[in-house]
Design a protein around this ligand. Structure first.
Ligand code: FES
Length: 571
């Protein structure tokens, strides 16, 4: 490619006053004149933050990317974007996913960049950066931060998924404060994101299966030297991608999305995958519908024995062959010809991959579960669709009819759940309203609400739960999520009452409120608005423009892209 055509030339290749301004301020960091000779300028988009503990090692990771960029003849420049830490951000990191994507999009387009490396780790940092980058469509590669080492507690392997088990045990009086403190110290033992097939690991697998990262990216633990080597190679690769003009839209075809959906089924990925992939497809202009997730997962069994639904951890997954071993096993089903960031096809990248431990990664002929992926439910309770992860659910509850126990919002749930007089038994269906995108606002991960202590004490571990919210990728249970239209928009969910009968039939893909159409209509007419619209700021913008979960919960005006045009000068 002719260097003169690079975007960065519009800044650093300029003569006169403008060129002096563009170069002189950069030179104050000790950058020599030859860096401005027309070589590819590579942005390293960094979500490092001490408030995002999963990404706290990213400054070091960026240095390894830079080495690779220099080695290949590029000029690296690192820049920050809004970082979304899942554990600390209130009310939920999901509220800010679209905001971070705007930051990413505008930061890339407004700067003298020819290619971008996205450093992603904690749950929302991956989709937000990929969404933003898609709306610009420059050559882009993703480097994930990698999972944490496996947690340890009194000689046992644990992970962030055990937060729910520890918390239930605490509520049931099985462990005290001191024991809890010991457990807490063993959950997160190193740099990296949650060490199970939760949302962050699912997102890392998503980018690898889409072809947006180098092979092997998903599972290498954060502290492993191989993670640094992968960052180094990614730095070299992005320079080549710029030289060969390999853009996101060349990689993110409909077929690449189909591959990602099949791979997600095989790994038993998080339900959050659905919402983020839909949003990414919306940005790059690929026609993807919620029903595609069910159809494409159909017939793909569970090939990874990983927590939260299985036995092992991401570290084990890496030693067993990681995502390449799964991709190799799935090759007969995948679109093998899809192009990836390194210029090779899916088949070329994964055909030689090997599995080193069949207890962790199985073959198609002997899967860990015949049923995997995401099931999309429809019915009068969710006309636009809701999702359920069958391999995280209790088999006997996949066909269940029960009476609704309704919580009007999360505060109502918190106020009632510990009440010994709450009228609920193990056959009841717990219904939580107003935790959708508009209603909460931000669609938090509260869908797998904890069971009432009086049932926990009886040894009940799972019940059918329904909401318009999400569930953490580290969560589990027979949990119907993302009900759309959401309660705050007047969906049928909003008029469910205590004692109403609800039918869940996963085989028939049905979620039905056993109340007549006339009665539903009547209740909807008399329904009062339940959520508060905030008067200003980003949250107001979000509530006005956020789309339903079945469309990816992106802001309506952010769908699509504006390309990588060079904005006009200001000097
Ligand atoms: Fe960051 Fe789980 S909290 S990945």
């Amino acid at each position: 490619m002719d260097d003169k055509k690079l975007r960065s030339h519009e800044w650093f290749g300029r003569k006169g006053k403008d060129g002096i301004i563009y170069r002189a301020w950069m030179k104050k960091s000790g950058i020599p004149a030859h860096e401005f000779d027309g070589r590819p300028v590579i942005g390293i988009c960094n979500t490092w933050s001490e408030l995002t503990p999963c990404n706290s090692h990213f400054r070091d990771l960026a240095e390894h990317v830079k080495k690779g960029v220099y080695e290949a003849g590029g000029f690296p420049v690192e820049f920050p974007v809004m970082s979304l830490g899942e554990t600390l951000l209130k009310p939920t990191a999901m509220l800010y996913r679209n905001l971070a994507s705007m930051d990413t999009e505008e930061s890339i387009r407004a700067n003298p960049l020819d290619g971008v490396v996205l450093l992603c780790g904690c749950d929302k940092t991956t989709p937000s950066l990929v969404m933003g980058a898609c709306s610009v469509d420059l050559p882009t590669i993703v480097v994930s931060g990698g999972p944490m080492l496996t947690g340890k507690y009194r000689g046992k392997s644990i992970s962030t998924s055990d937060v729910w088990r520890f918390s239930d045990a605490y509520r049931a009086g099985e462990i005290d404060d001191q024991e809890m403190s010991i457990a807490e110290a063993g959950i997160c033992r190193s740099d990296g994101h949650c060490a199970v097939m939760g949302t962050a690991s699912t997102m890392a697998c998503m980018v690898e299966s889409l072809g947006l990262s180098l092979p092997g990216n998903a599972a290498i633990p954060a502290p492993d030297a191989a993670r640094k080597v992968l960052a180094h190679h990614s730095g070299s690769e992005i320079v080549k991608m710029v030289q060969e003009d390999r853009k996101l839209s060349d990689i993110l075809t409909r077929e690449a999305f189909e591959n990602a959906i099949m791979v997600n089924a095989a790994i038993g990925g998080s339900t959050n995958f659905v919402i983020h992939l839909l949003a990414i497809a919306g940005r790059i202009g690929v026609d993807l519908a919620i029903e595609d997730f069910d159809e494409l997962s159909n017939g793909i069994p569970l090939l990874a024995n990983l927590q939260p639904s299985g036995d092992y951890f991401m570290e084990d997954f890496y030693y067993a062959g990681g995502l390449p071993a799964i991709m190799k096993e799935l090759l007969p089903h995948l679109h093998k010809e899809c192009m990836t960031v390194n210029g090779k096809t899916v088949e070329e990248n994964f055909d030689e991959a090997e599995c080193y431990d069949e207890n962790i990664i199985s073959g198609m002929e002997k899967p860990f579960n015949e049923m995997s992926g995401v099931v999309v439910l429809k019915g009068n309770l969710t006309e636009n669709g809701a999702v359920l992860k069958p391999n995280a659910a209790t088999k006997s509850l996949l066909k269940h009819t029960g009476k609704a126990v309704v919580f009007e919002d999360i505060d109502d749930y918190k106020a009632k759940i510990n009440d010994p007089d709450l009228e609920i038994d193990e056959n009841s269906i717990m219904v939580l309203k107003n935790v959708g995108p508009k209603g909460y606002p931000g669609m938090p991960e509260v869908g797998n609400m904890g069971l009432p202590p009086k049932l926990l004490e009886k040894g009940i571990k799972d019940m059918v739960r329904i909401s318009d919210g999400r569930m953490s990728g580290t969560g589990f249970g027979t949990v119907v999520l993302h009900v759309s239209p959401e309660s705050a928009e007047g969906g049928t969910l909003s008029i469910v009452q205590n004692g109403d009968e609800i039918i869940l039939d996963v085989e028939k893909r049905l979620l039905q409120l056993n109340v007549s159409d006339k009665e539903i209509e009547e209740r909807k007419k008399n329904r009062e608005a339940t959520h508060e619209e905030l008067p200003r700021g980003y949250v107001q913008l979000y509530q006005k423009h956020v789309q339903g979960a079945h469309l990816g919960a992106d802001l309506d005006f952010l769908r699509g892209g504006s390309g990588s045009y060079v904005p006009k000068d200001s000097h």
